[in-house]
Design a protein around this ligand. Structure first.
Ligand SMILES: [Zn+2]
Length: 222
């Protein structure tokens, strides 16, 4: 025979229900932005492996979730970086130089935000200094800050150019990217040789179309 519950148990249960209802009315952080632990991220990889029909207990896959999460932390390390920190060391004693600074062939690996597929490419960056000149390695670092995120190539191009424009306040910036998209070269349309070329100009390179064509030719070696 079931033991009759005591009045105190009823009271406790009622309080729990009330607390639960109250909590449900609180403005929670949106589920899409709630922090995720390393364990939860690894569990998500296990779910994907199972979805693909894999046996997650087999020896070859035992450490795969941890490796996948660590690899993605590296591929997306740009989220934790601010381009203002990268571009804050400038040289202001190069007033005799009055031509664009051009850095071609900066290798980068980004990942497309639509498929999370690899997007390896080359960035070609130019800026025409006004007062501030930056070390060339900082230009390459700026490319990485934005490339190491989930991206569309179009936005990536603009973000690199605008960060240089904002921090160095030059006469103009020109950025050209060419990249292969894993989502198109290895699947879907399966066009392994295709390259997407995007360009973004600010300042003098935007307003002066002749200058724009000249810098584009210099950046792409045409
Ligand atoms: Zn894609």
């Amino acid at each position: 025979m079931q033991k009759a519950s005591r009045p105190r148990d009823h009271e406790k249960h009622a309080k729990e229900i009330m607390l639960k209802k109250f909590c449900n009315t609180l403005p929670d952080s949106p589920p899409s932005q709630a922090p995720v632990s390393r364990e939860e991220a690894e569990d998500a990889v296990r779910v994907l492996l199972r979805y693909l029909g894999e046996d997650i207990a087999r020896p070859g896959l035992r450490d795969t979730p941890g490796r996948v999460v660590r690899a993605w932390e590296e591929w997306c390390a740009g989220y934790g970086e601010d381009p203002a920190d990268t571009l804050d060391t400038t040289f202001e004693d190069m007033t005799r130089y009055d031509q664009p600074v051009i850095l071609r062939g900066i290798d980068f690996i980004s990942h497309c935000e639509h498929h999370m597929a690899a997007m390896p490419g080359k960035a070609h960056v130019a800026y025409w200094p006004d007062a501030k000149v930056v070390g060339i390695s900082k230009l390459a670092r700026t490319v990485d800050v934005f490339a190491r995120r989930l991206q569309s190539q179009e936005n990536l191009t603009c973000e690199i150019a605008e960060a240089i424009d904002r921090n160095l306040k030059p006469r103009g910036v020109a950025v050209v990217l060419s990249a292969a998209h894993g989502c198109m070269t290895t699947r879907g349309a399966s066009k392994p040789e295709s390259l997407l070329v995007t360009r973004h100009f600010t300042g003098c390179f935007k307003s002066d179309l002749q200058l724009q064509e000249q810098i584009f030719a210099a950046l792409t070696g045409r």
